[in-house]
Design a protein around this ligand. Structure first.
Ligand SMILES: *[C@@H]1O[C@H](CO)[C@@H](O)[C@H](O)[C@H]1NC(C)=O
Length: 249
């Protein structure tokens, strides 16, 4: 069951000319309110805890999102409730010839007109059946990541059974506005690390004279529940008896 509760952390890193701050928007996928160690002490989320309790952080404890990806993300980028966009029902499926209607402008498009460089790394899930629906045609200058959802964290492949048809294939792309390319070089690498490293690389090459908007949309902790083996039996997590909860930890 895909119950995608998405939590959002916005970190304003530095301030340029007072009114054009750099913006890093990090989204965790299916990360519930209770899946952090300051709400459930049996878990172990030290980095989130540090971010959440920074003196510059505002925690929105009564903010709500839709129950799955596409409605939530479409509202986030368009500023409209999903029922205005027609995205309220469910996520965009692999064989669905659909995306968020193009008359709705996504806000990174507007940030570009203010002089921002715009980047996205991670999971899109707002339509992919034609180029016009893709991140680099909706405000992002560079994109690396998944078009859809529920990929394997290591192979970056997705599959879906639709009646007698099974759709299966790689879902990892490296796009600019002009070029759209499947990227096989990340096979075998864990997506959280891949996305983090891609983000660091893009930011290191960013022209510091301009402000940036960076959307980092992690796959974790969405199903399938996969994590790097080296962390699996860490002392804190091994105390948890429920297997899925231990993986989340
Ligand atoms: C990410 O970068 C670190 C530091 O350079 C490196 O050790 C690690 O192997 C990289 N991971 C992936 C998945 O590329």
């Amino acid at each position: 069951m895909l119950s995608a509760l998405v939590s959002v952390i916005v970190v304003v890193l530095t301030v340029d000319a007072v009114r054009r701050p750099n913006i890093l928007l990090i989204v965790a996928d299916d990360h519930g309110w209770n899946d952090v160690d300051w709400h459930d002490p049996t878990l172990n989320t030290p980095n989130l805890n540090t971010l959440a309790h920074d003196e510059h952080t505002v925690q929105l404890d009564y903010a709500y999102v839709n129950q799955v990806c596409s409605p939530t993300r479409s509202a986030l980028f368009s500023g409209y409730y999903p029922y205005h966009l027609g995205t309220q029902h469910y996520v965009f499926e692999w064989l669905e010839p659909s995306g968020v209607p193009l008359e709705y402008i996504f806000f990174p498009e507007k940030l570009k007109t203010l002089g921002y460089n715009t980047y996205m790394v991670g999971k899109w899930h707002l339509g992919y059946c034609k180029h016009e629906f893709l991140p680099t045609r909706r405000g992002f200058e560079k994109f690396r990541g998944y078009y859809g959802g529920s990929e394997n964290y290591y192979t970056h492949e997705a599959s879906q059974d639709e009646g007698e048809v099974t759709v299966r294939g790689l879902d990892y792309f490296q796009d600019t506005r002009q070029s759209f390319a499947a990227d096989w070089s990340k096979t075998g690498l864990y997506s959280t690390e891949v996305f983090t490293n891609e983000t660091i690389t893009l930011l290191q090459n960013h022209d510091k004279k301009r402000p940036f908007f960076f959307y980092l949309a992690f796959q974790a902790v969405h199903s399938p529940l996969q994590m790097p083996p080296s962390r699996y039996m860490e002392e804190k997590c091994s105390k948890i008896t429920r297997k899925n909860r231990q993986i989340y930890c």
